[in-house]
Design a protein around this ligand. Structure first.
Ligand SMILES: Cc1ncc(COP(=O)(O)O)c(C=O)c1O
Length: 395
């Protein structure tokens, strides 16, 4: 099976993201799984979803995995299932994808922002301590790009202040710290399977991870109109009564089928991402204007990072992005507006200058193409073009 966009990707420079070659390779397995969906005739919340939940529980070590239809829904349902009450304050990093904070609002809570650590781009534990108020009930660190927040430090601050820990681990499949997979350090976490994620579907899908049976049961009900029946394979005997006002966030079986076809290659894809990141590091270290490369993370049997995104910081970010775009090289600026300055959170009353580390990252960070299908030749081309951009500026 050949896909037109894989040939196009090679002809037209270096796209920011492409997985056409992987899809071509995986096609026989994917087609077989999709055939099973048609055979089964159940297209939503069916056998593929239940099987994916079991396989992800094996992969992550989670007691329970509950498939839903996006990472954003996973965050909202997780917060509700953990007992968020209207007006509860949830401490979140000031630098993240907008869903980290909008999920808090959608669940009825109030985000309170915390500055980040410049090396990990995650919530800074010292800054967290300073932001806790009498209304704070939850802390939700985010794990961005290639490494996790310091969950031991955040966990002990949370314990001292009676805060419930939940994790926005949407980007963090495969990441581990102290023997636990991301998302399992507190009461629960999430995964996003948006197509460009490390494990990507062919549309939107997400999941909640938890060791807590009550949280699992409640999320399973909430995703399905609040019904405690036909929810989780783990809770077969529960009644069909509607006990909570839920939503329709069931996972689509085609997404589950594709994810199941891809899961066996996930660890190989993670290794390939690490190789490419090392190759970028070697080349980019020689360019002094590339001020910050991804910080190394500890690797051991029970801890590892995963290169979901390869992020660097440069002063001339917007000029570099424009120049690379002219040369057919895709980049992504993560996240150009820090959360406390997003118009949708204006009523929280934050202004510029409040979170300087988050604001600096928003102005300088840019992600370079990094995905298993990227070739060494493409990576060299990206680095050559960055080197040429700075050579010209030095003249
Ligand atoms: C940090 C973070 N949180 C939340 C989400 C939301 O996930 P989704 O796009 O699946 O709704 C994403 C991914 O887009 C993310 O990167």
């Amino acid at each position: 099976m050949a896909f037109r966009n894989s040939e196009q990707a090679l002809r037209e420079g270096v796209p920011f993201f492409s997985q056409a070659a992987s899809f071509e390779r995986q096609w026989p397995r994917t087609a077989a799984r999709i055939h099973e969906v048609f055979d089964d005739g159940k297209f939503s919340h069916g056998a593929q979803v239940a099987a994916l939940e079991r396989e992800l529980a094996d992969y992550t070590g989670a007691g329970f995995v509950i498939g839903v239809n996006s990472g954003t829904d996973a965050l909202v349902l997780l917060l509700r299932a953990c007992g968020l009450r209207p007006g509860d304050e949830v401490l979140v990093p000031a630098y993240s994808f907008v869903a980290t904070a909008s999920s808090v609002v959608l669940a009825g809570g109030r985000p309170r922002f915390v500055d980040i650590d410049p090396a990990s781009y995650a919530m800074d534990p010292a800054a967290l301590r300073a932001e806790i108020t009498g209304d704070s009930r939850f802390v939700m660190p985010t794990h961005l790009f290639h490494q996790q927040a310091d969950m031991a430090a955040i966990g002990s601050i949370a314990a001292a202040h009676g805060l419930t820990v939940v994790e926005d681990s949407a980007e963090a499949i495969g990441m581990r710290q102290g023997g636990e997979h991301a998302g399992l350090h507190g009461r629960g976490g999430v995964l996003s399977f948006f197509p460009s994620k490390t494990l990507g579907a062919i549309g939107d899908a997400g999941a909640v991870l938890t060791h807590d049976p009550e949280v699992a049961q409640t999320v399973a009900a909430l995703r399905h109109h609040g019904r405690f029946g036909r929810t989780l394979a783990h809770f077969p005997g529960i009644s069909e009564e509607t006990v909570l006002p839920g939503v329709n966030s069931k996972m689509d079986d085609f997404q589950a089928a594709v994810l199941r076809a891809r899961l066996p290659e996930l660890d190989a894809a993670i290794r390939r991402r690490a190789e490419l990141a090392a190759a970028y590091g070697k080349r980019l270290r020689a360019i002094p204007e590339v001020r910050r490369l991804p910080a190394p993370f500890p690797t051991s049997d029970d801890s590892r990072g995963v290169f979901y995104v390869y992020l660097v910081e440069v002063e001339e970010r917007d000029e570099l992005v424009a120049r690379l775009a002219d040369e057919g090289i895709g980049t992504e600026t993560y996240y150009p507006v820090p959360l406390h300055l997003q118009p949708c959170f204006a009523e929280l009353g934050y202004g510029p200058g409040r979170f300087p580390v988050a604001e600096a990252a928003s102005g300088r960070a840019v992600a370079l193409p990094l995905y298993p299908d990227l070739t060494e030749r493409q990576l060299e081309l990206v680095c050559d073009r960055i080197a040429a951009f700075y050579q010209e500026r030095r003249r």
